[in-house]
Design a protein around this ligand. Structure first.
Ligand code: ADP
Ligand code: ADP
Ligand code: MG
Length: 472
């Protein structure tokens, strides 16, 4: 097993990795920028190193990170999500330095980093893909020809896109003509690769994804699915497991499809295969994310399998100690992303200092966070402050537990998604499990939520208690 892992990330996912390492008795080294000196993960790691320059560059500087790992005697690097997690060159560089990259091979990352290649691969192994252009589109004429055969709307996608960026829905020839060039330019700027392809726009699908674990000995299993249909701007906000609409038969079939795709790229480590499920119950592969995902928590809560621990042991060369038939899904889990953003203002990110903080607790409640009283949210990173995950025996129990937990959650000083999430937990369609990716667009009334989340006297009592504690 590894002796020391360098965590090449920050915030809640750095905390998540450090926790797994503690349980495995592996030492941890954090990296941080000047904007993150007060980060809780910096304090929790056994060692911490300032990387620069500026708030972001240090997290992306491959040479700096790998030579740091070498210098401090770290034998593995966990990239988390975002930053270098899907960078094949980085995975390669780690190898060159004799350091284990906790993730799949550079080849698998390279293949999956390109949605056009990933689609071709899925097609080769007989998994349905969204009707789309064969390969990338280079001319507006080809794009128009494809759109006319499948009919509008269609979606323009960046081959290298991710994180909800590089996607555009277009309704007409005129819009398609207009958008192609801008989409290419944007993709070039954002991902360093301007290539595009076009997909038919599926009407009100569910986003269903399968969690995969694959070891280096050819064993591949899936841990069931997550439904991540509650999204804004094609970015996930609430994730649940299991899906409320999959039959056991469809689960088995889609799980097999996900495994077939992983097998086709000799995949190892944790990964997620994403599908759209249309109104008629047909599924289509969209992409594979070769990394840990933000929403892995809901799968952990219903399977009792620690995905990050498995990532580490797989990277160390150990065979999986779980077989497919050992995986059972128990109860229902929901995760709400507690973001520092203002839902009413088009989810604009907010910064500020947290003036009061008390996270919820009790049965079935899990917090993955990196926030505390007096923490100042840096403006340079994404807006995720904490993830609130609950589990219940039934869907109804999970929803009321989430509602209760959001009511308990005190986070003052900055706007968050907490009151908005609470409104969703009260909304009849959500409670009845009737939602797809159009949910937020079709429920504008949710934005009339009550801003107040907890009584003022509770906040005052918490602040007084914390002040007294700190004064000791
Ligand atoms: P990203 O790499 O940014 O995650 P994805 O291809 O996974 O991009 O798509 C993100 C989201 O966009 C999906 O979860 C879904 O809501 C929507 N989406 C993607 N492709 C389509 C499509 N062909 N039709 C309808 N919605 C789509
Ligand atoms: P998940 O499916 O794990 O929720 P997200 O799509 O929300 O993944 O992405 C997780 C993190 O990774 C976010 O911080 C997102 O901005 C970032 N991310 C994902 N793909 C890319 C990409 N291709 N380029 C830049 N950032 C990305
Ligand atoms: Mg995706």
């Amino acid at each position: 097993m590894f002796k020391k892992i360098l965590v090449a990330n920050r915030g809640e996912i750095a905390m998540r990795i450090i926790r797994a390492c503690r349980e495995l008795n592996i030492a941890t080294a954090a990296i941080y920028s000047e904007a993150d000196t007060a980060g809780i993960y910096v304090k929790k790691a056994d060692e911490a190193y300032l990387v620069g320059p500026g708030p972001v560059k240090g997290f992306l500087d491959m040479e700096q990170i790998v030579s740091l790992a070498k210098r401090i005697g770290a034998d593995a690097i966990h990239p988390g999500y975002g930053f270098l997690s899907e960078n094949a060159q980085f995975a390669h560089l780690c190898r060159a330095y004799g350091i284990t990259f906790i993730g799949p091979s550079p080849q698998a990352i390279h293949l999956m980093g390109n949605k056009v290649k990933a689609r071709e691969l899925a097609k080769e192994v007989g998994v349905p893909i969204v009707p789309g252009t064969d390969g990338g589109v280079t001319s507006v004429e080809d794009a128009l020809a494809f759109a006319r055969t499948v009919g509008y709307p269609v979606m323009i996608k960046a081959s290298a896109g991710g994180g909800g960026r590089g996607l555009r829905v277009v309704q007409s020839d005129a819009e398609l003509r207009e958008s192609m060039e801008a989409a290419g330019r944007e993709a070039e700027a954002a991902f360093g690769d301007g290539s595009l392809f076009i997909e038919k726009y599926i009407d009100r699908p569910h986003h269903i994804e399968f969690q995969i674990l694959a070891d280096q000995h050819g064993n591949i299993i899936h841990l069931g699915e997550r439904d991540c249909s509650i999204q804004r701007r094609h970015q996930k906000l609430i994730e649940i497991a299991p899906s409320l609409i999959l039959t056991p038969r469809l689960r088995a079939e889609m799980g097999e499809a996900a495994i077939a795709i992983a097998r086709a790229v000799d995949y190892d480590n944790a990964g997620t295969v994403e599908f759209l499920l249309d109104q008629e119950g047909r599924y289509y592969f969209i992409e594979m994310n070769p990394r840990i995902q933000v929403e892995h928590t809901v799968t952990e809560q219903i399977t009792a399998i620690d995905i990050v621990r498995n990532q580490i042991s797989i990277a160390a060369g150990k065979p999986l100690d779980i077989r497919q038939e050992d995986v059972t899904l128990q109860g229902h889990a929901i995760q709400c992303r507690i973001n520092a953003e203002d839902p009413r203002n088009n989810f604009r990110p907010c910064t500020g200092t947290v003036t009061a903080y008390l996270s919820p607790g009790g049965i079935g409640v899990r917090i993955d966070g990196a926030v505390y009283k007096d923490y100042t949210i840096p403006p340079y990173y994404d807006a995720l402050l904490a993830k609130l995950t609950v589990r219940g025996r039934t869907w109804e129990e999970a929803v009321s537990r989430m509602h209760r937990s959001l009511e308990e959650y005190v986070l003052r000083g900055v706007k968050t998604t907490i009151p908005f999430m609470k409104a969703i937990m009260e909304e009849p369609d959500f409670r009845a499990g009737r939602f797809d990716t159009s949910y937020l667009d079709t429920h504008p009334e949710l934005f009339n939520y009550d801003e107040r989340t907890e009584p003022e006297d509770l906040v005052l009592a918490i602040s007084a208690a914390i002040a007294a504690y700190e004064g000791l």
